[in-house]
Design a protein around this ligand. Structure first.
Ligand code: CA
Ligand code: CA
Length: 503
């Protein structure tokens, strides 16, 4: 609703359910506590001490208005959400509220109001922090079916974490109470999916549907639960809010890369900003025969973000970083150490296995699957044919003086040999079967794209070279080669060789 400043005085009035029919006032949303807002001026406030805006409450026939909150116009030059606890005394069956701008002489600031809601039992929490040193409490969590609190799950000193074991299939979930999520808020948590499973079981394609999905709802699930992060990919982008060149998968976490405890930081997207947001982690395990992958959750934090997301090397707690060992400062930068400095280069032809400066290789290994990457590559290469995530990530590097990234890439082959095959039948998905080169300055919380390699251009091995972007020339960056989409072990193979990150 809007307020025209040309007339003298405006108010919004609401009556509670069951209020007297003598009242001419409209009912708003089953409210038990109606509101009125009035108008006024800064000058007047300065002249006579009246607040500029007040929200007041009153008994039904009372003539005295009590101040709830002054809404200073300087704080609302941009629309923003406001939450005001209704005091106990105002929780009567006949309370009026008003929004009020006191009388004006000259040009007052115009104002408007929208999305008014009066009701609820309590104001949602704006922050959530739980280390699960005991069972989840009802003030923070709604349900946690099939979970139990265990200490030292997955060989870590967890002080207790919530564990969904292998023995109880079904709807395995935990749901928060309603939270106030504002712009800039982050969600951070630690997750382990399939701890103790053998590598072979983790790679089993039949476990594809046993990931833990992170979802949200603004209405208690009435209109369903949506992914907190849908995928943003170069070809198909289901999320309309995708930022160009910021590619990432959807918020589903599987055993292939989350089997060890992993800290996950999610800057909460605009679609989750509300005063009634609930978050839910859920694993749906289907009936008999299917394997139930155990998982565990710990150290959940929802609230204001930390500086630079602690560069991905610290826990964010109440907007303050608690840095991992080897990282210091308010944003957890790596300690420049003379004894173990970060590597300044990475050169790998994969002839003698995998070089030490790779952090994580998933869905791939050293082999000859794509025959030869001649004439640019020779012998063995890093070959990807796994059924889950396919990526290769470097360790943190000192790239302050690095200038070039070079490598040889092949995606499938023109003659489509069985071990080096790419299926481009679906043109929309074809680009997502390409390989994206990205860098991160925060241990993978946000990946920045250097380039997308289209399979159409790489069915023959090609050597590519990039200048390192200026923003990536720093102490503590990682690079990732990532194929976002593929159809499983029999297809969409790719390989890299002769990787060089050099001065
Ligand atoms: Ca814990
Ligand atoms: Ca080689």
């Amino acid at each position: 609703m809007g307020f025209d400043i040309s007339s003298d005085r405006y108010s919004i009035l609401a009556t509670p359910v069951g209020m007297s029919e003598q009242s001419p006032l409209p009912t708003i949303a089953q409210a038990s506590d109606p509101l009125v807002m009035e108008k006024g001026t800064r000058q007047e406030r300065e002249n006579n001490g009246e607040p500029q805006y007040v929200i007041t409450r009153s008994g039904r026939y009372s003539i005295r208005w009590h101040l709830l909150r002054e809404l200073d116009y300087k704080l609302y030059t941009k629309p923003s959400k406001e939450y005001i606890l209704i005091p106990v005394l105002a929780r009567s069956p006949a309370t009026l509220f008003r929004f009020w701008q006191p009388r004006l002489d000259d040009s007052p600031p115009a104002w408007s109001l929208d999305d008014l809601y009066i009701g609820g039992s309590e104001i949602s929490a704006a922050e959530l922090m739980d280390h699960f040193e005991g069972e989840p409490t009802i003030s923070e969590w709604l349900f946690a079916p099939h979970s139990e609190n265990k200490k030292d799950y997955c060989s870590a000193d967890t002080n207790g974490s919530l564990v969904w074991g292998a023995a109880s299939p079904g709807h395995r979930a935990i749901t928060t109470q309603e939270l106030i999520i504002n712009e800039g808020h982050v969600l951070q948590f630690k997750l382990s999916v399939g701890c103790g499973e053998s590598q072979q079981q983790q790679q089993s394609c039949s476990s594809e549907d046993s990931g833990v999905t992170l979802q949200y709802s603004l209405d208690g699930g009435v209109t369903g639960w949506q992914l907190v992060r849908d995928s943003c990919l170069p070809g198909t982008s289901p999320d309309p809010d995708c930022i160009p060149y910021s590619y990432h998968p959807q918020s589903i976490f599987k055993a292939d890369i989350y089997s060890h405890w992993t800290r996950i930081t999610v800057p909460l997207p605009e679609k989750t900003w509300a005063s009634t947001t609930q978050l839910r982690w859920v694993q749906e395990t289907v009936g008999h025969g299917s394997k139930t992958i155990p998982w565990s959750l710990d150290d959940v934090y929802v609230g204001d973000p930390c500086p630079e997301h602690c560069h991905g090397h610290g826990d964010c707690l109440a907007a303050q970083c608690v840095c991992d060992e080897g990282f210091i400062g308010e944003s957890c930068l790596p300690v420049p150490s003379a004894s173990s400095p970060l590597p300044t280069s990475l050169v790998d032809g994969f002839e003698a296995g995998i070089e030490a400066n790779w952090l994580e290789i998933s869905g791939g290994g050293v082999g000859l699957g794509c025959n030869s990457l001649a004439p640019y590559g020779h012998g063995k290469h890093l070959y990807f044919s796994g059924c889950g995530t396919r990526h290769a990530i470097t360790k943190d590097m000192d790239a302050r003086r690095a200038s070039k990234i070079m490598f040889v890439l092949r995606i499938g082959s023109h003659d489509n040999t069985p071990s080096c095959y790419v299926n481009l039948g679906d043109p929309q998905r074809a680009l997502d079967k390409g390989v994206i080169l990205q860098y991160t300055i925060n241990n993978g919380i946000i990946w920045n794209t250097i380039n997308v390699h289209d399979p159409l251009d790489f069915r023959k091995a090609r050597r590519v070279a990039y200048s390192l972007p200026y923003e990536a020339k720093r102490y503590g960056i990682q690079l990732r080669w990532w194929q976002p989409d593929h159809d499983g072990t029999n297809t969409d193979h790719w390989a890299i060789d002769n990787v060089e990150i050099v001065l």
